[in-house]
Design a protein around this ligand. Structure first.
Ligand SMILES: C[S@@+](CC[C@H](N)C(=O)[O-])C[C@H]1O[C@@H](n2cnc3c(N)ncnc32)[C@H](O)[C@@H]1O
Length: 250
């Protein structure tokens, strides 16, 4: 163990958390002045979420072992509610979407990264699987019965989350999926962050849509899983869950 590692080891956990939060804030700060297209095109081009160079990769959260219980839940949900069309906002590399589209439902994936959308279209496009390049916080969203927003809001600023939430009322159902720590003690609810590769957890923020400034009412927790990749976040012994909330137009 070198000296800096030793110092880190001796520092109290509170100081280590603060230092981690400051580093995350500092690293993400320049994104405030960049468009979503520029920010997330760079995330993919530089492989900030991992994967093989030159291949679009949306991160370990989209790996099958993490996505399978979610996809099974969504597929059953669509059957039960007679859902014929799905719009997947921030669809990423389509590894999760493909598990849902496999049911034969009409699927439209939306993402802000134009090269990713072109790649998805070329590889996976079909009469029932379409992709659209749109900034979900600003542009018009495609029609559909069910809207999915999985592990997207954690990468957006509060203003961008609010702008997107305001558009979800056009869908009969929306399923919003985000990471929550088991214990909120060290996290600030809805602490703002700039959009970018880092998750809110890195900024010690946790997204609670029913709390200010979002104040979403009527959302119901419908699925909770604990995918293995969260161990990467569990640096201070916390555990994390992926929670899916349903909002319905009634
Ligand atoms: C972590 S990935 C999640 C991908 C997918 N939902 C999943 O669960 O596998 C987040 C995705 O949101 C997209 N995204 C971020 N900001 C966006 C915006 N303003 N408009 C559309 N897509 C956006 C990113 O390009 C990225 O593909």
């Amino acid at each position: 163990m070198n000296v800096s590692e030793r110092i880190k080891d001796l520092a109290p956990k509170s100081l280590r958390r603060l230092s981690r939060r400051i580093r995350a804030d500092f690293k993400a700060a320049p994104n405030r002045h960049l468009s979503a297209q520029d920010v997330f095109a760079k995330v993919y081009a530089e492989g900030m979420w991992g994967g093989t160079p030159g291949v679009f990769f949306s991160g370990p959260g989209s790996n099958e072992e993490a996505a399978r219980p979610y996809a099974e839940f969504v597929t059953q949900f669509m059957k039960d509610r007679d859902v014929n069309s799905v719009v997947d906002l921030g669809c990423g590399d389509f590894r999760v979407g493909s598990l849902i589209a496999a049911s034969g439902v009409s699927y439209t994936g939306v993402d802000v990264v134009d090269l990713l959308i072109a790649d998805n279209m070329r590889r996976y496009g079909s009469p029932s699987v379409r992709f659209q390049c749109t900034d979900i916080t600003a542009g018009p969203l495609p029609d559909g019965d069910l809207c999915l927003v999985r592990e997207v809001f954690q990468h957006l600023s509060n203003a961008q989350v609010s702008a997107t939430l305001a558009k979800l009322s056009k869908y009969k159902y929306a399923l919003i999926t985000e990471v929550h720590p088991d214990d909120f003690q060290h996290y600030q609810i809805n602490r703002d962050k700039p959009h970018g590769a880092s998750s809110r957890l890195a900024h010690f923020s946790v997204l609670c849509l029913d709390k200010p400034p979002f104040n979403l009412t009527g959302a119901q927790l419908v699925l909770e899983t604990s995918p293995p990749y969260f161990s990467a976040y569990a640096i201070y012994g916390q555990s994390f869950n992926l929670k899916t909330f349903l909002t319905s137009r009634t």
